[in-house]
Structure formats: C-alpha cells, structure tokens
Design a protein around this ligand. Structure first.
Ligand code: KG4
Length: 338
C-alpha cells in the first residue's frame, strides 16, 4: 500500500511516499528555521504562510523522487494534532483535497505517534509492545506502545519540553535558534561536571518530568555572569546542560522499560538526535539487556515519512476520516485523531 503523507505541525513542511508503513520511497522536507531565527522562536502566522507556499511543490517532488504518479497512491495520511493550529490546518486542508481528488482514504495521524513510528522505518523487526521516549521541541513523553494504535502515557513533562529547555538556554547563550544541535556540538569539548545544574523531581507520578527549573538555572547563570563580567565556559555549560537533560530522560525511560518487561526501548523526536542522550541510552540498555531502537538521525526531527508509517497502521485499525476532519492544537497520543 502506497501512502502519500503530509506533515506541517510546526516549522517543517514535509511530504513523503511510504510503502506498507516500513519503506521510504521519498521524504521531502522544507525547513523554516531561517525564517524564524530572527525572532528567536516560531512565529505561528509566518509558519502557516510558509507551509502554504511549500506544500504543493513538495508534493510534486515527493511523487517524482518516489518514481510514482498520482494514480499509484492508495491513501493520504496527514498530521492532524498536536501542533500550531494554523500550521496543522494547511496540511489537513491539502490532504483532504488530495484524498478527495484521488478518490482514496484520508488517514489522520497523531504527531507523537508519528515520531514513535520513525523507528519502524529503520528496524523491520520492531513491533509493539515496547516503551518509547519521545523528546522534541513541543513534547516530552514516555509511552507504553501496547499496540500500533494502542498507547498509554507513562510519564510526561509538567512544564517545558526538553527541546524547549535546550532552545531557551541556547538563545540566552547567543547560540541562535533552534539551539539544541549547537549545544550538542559545543558539549563535545566540555566538562559535564563543571556546572552544577538542578535535577528536578516532581510530586506524584515518578515518571513525570520538569525542565523549567533547569532552563531558569541556565538563564540565571548567564545573566549573573554578564552582570559580573565573568566569562562562561560555554562548552562545559553546554555539556552540563546535556548531562542534566540526559539524566532526567534516561533514568525514567530505563525504569519504564525495565518495569514494562517488554525488553525493548525506542527513542525519537528532535532531542533524540542529542549525542550524549543517545550514547547514555545505548550503554544503559546494553547493561540492562534491553533492545534499543533509536530513530535514525535523519528521522528524529519532524518529517512526513514517519506520518506515512503510522498512517499505515491507523488505516489497518480502521482509523480513517471524512471531509469533516479538523485539526487539534492539543491531543493526548492515547486518543486517535478524528
Ligand atoms: O521533533 P522536532 O523537529 O520538532 C518538534 O516536533 O518539536 O524537535 C525540534 C527540537 C528543537 O527543540 C531542537 O533544538 C531539538 O529538537 N534538537 C536537539 C538536537 N537536534 C535538535 N536537541 C538536542 N540535541 C540535538 N542534537
């Protein structure tokens, strides 16, 4: 089954063609990073306008690089939640029109379920049940993936997402936007023990996380250094921040994976590209005898191939939509999109 898929939930427009949820035929991505960099964050109105300009040419390119024509498409999948509402609506409207014109089913896909599915594209042997850590710019979640379309949230951030913490810290340190990758690169030459940054614990669910205190600690450190005229050791601060985020994520994800008894841990989302987090997860899973399925680097960030993969399994579960499909800014991954 060939699925044309569309992703437009934030600042990447992407259109892909995938086969049976497991093989990528094309995955065209147009990033708006430069557009938003001047503002230090995503400007929703500009994001929507940019998606509108990008989506149709990207769809043409996706078909061309897949070597197929429109009549070969069996279904159209689209991210319908969560994300910026105006941005989501661009993809949803395009997908509705495409599905109607081609006379094929329309499949709504939850963005976080899509991130999880990035690992299906890289590991043919990976099947639910497993535990998945999804850490991106908008969400940080530990999930019990009981079935392809059966999700339970084990833990989530109570405030900022891990990526948001990286991005705010990078901004105050003058590293541009989004700054996760820049901090990662700097951290390679730094001492992760030099700056004592907080590791937060929250009341209640031990798998829940908090990153706002960590973000504020870095902001305060930067401001007081500037006031005193002190020079920060940026590589060591970046390494200390990566270590603090890694400690929060790796400890909880490992605990969840061990307790589940599934023996499998996947990780995905933009923050899953972080080298310290990846290598800590790799060594911890090896130590515990748990199979590790990190999303490949090129599929960690937002892309439509992961939406096509999850779309295939939503289709098999009968989760299709009609022309009344709407977009949702917030929605738990436990709920199927409608
Ligand atoms: O998954 P994604 O592309 O978008 C969302 O769905 O939010 O994730 C983007 C986030 C940004 O916060 C970015 O700074 C972060 O992922 N990121 C990283 C790295 N690469 C991207 N964070 C830490 N280390 C990286 N190497």
């Amino acid at each position: 089954m060939l699925i044309l898929s569309i992703e437009s939930s934030c600042d990447e427009t992407s259109v892909a063609v995938t086969e049976n949820g497991r093989r990528i035929l094309s995955n065209e991505i147009s990033s708006q990073t430069e557009l938003h960099a001047a503002y230090g964050g995503v400007v929703p109105e500009l994001a929507s306008r940019s998606h509108i300009q990008a989506v149709t040419p990207l769809a043409d390119r996706a078909l061309e690089s897949a070597g197929i024509s429109k009549s070969d498409i069996d279904a159209v999948a689209v991210t319908c939640a969560p994300g910026l509402i105006g941005a989501l609506l661009v993809g949803v409207s395009f997908a509705k029109a495409a599905a109607f014109a081609l006379g094929v089913p329309l499949i709504p896909v939850h963005h976080i379920r899509g991130h999880v599915a990035a690992s299906y594209l890289a590991y043919p042997q990976l099947e639910p049940p497993f535990v998945s850590l999804v850490a991106s710019g908008g969400s940080t979640l530990i999930l019990d993936v009981r079935g392809y379309t059966d999700y339970r949230v084990i833990g989530s951030t109570r405030d900022d997402a891990a990526g948001e913490c990286f991005d705010k810290a990078a901004r105050v340190l003058g590293l541009g936007y989004p700054g996760g990758a820049a901090l990662d690169a700097l951290a390679r030459d730094g001492d992760p023990f030099k700056y004592k940054l907080p590791r937060s614990k929250v009341e209640g669910n031990a798998f829940d996380m908090s990153f706002s205190g960590l973000k504020t600690a870095v902001v305060n450190l930067a401001h007081s250094a500037a006031q005193r005229g002190d020079k920060l050791d940026l590589p060591s601060l970046a390494a200390s921040l990566c270590a603090a985020v890694s400690d929060a994520l790796v400890f909880r994800a490992m605990e969840a994976a061990v307790r589940s008894g599934y023996g499998k841990l996947a990780v995905a989302g933009g923050v899953a590209a972080n080298s310290m987090i990846r290598s800590n997860l790799k060594s911890e899973t090896e130590r515990a005898g748990i199979a590790f399925y990190p999303a490949p680097l090129e599929l960690c960030g937002d892309n439509a191939a992961m939406i096509g993969s999850q779309g295939y399994y939503e289709y098999l579960a009968g989760n299709t939509a009609d022309a009344a499909l709407n977009a949702c800014a917030t929605l738990s991954p436990e709920a199927a999109c409608r």
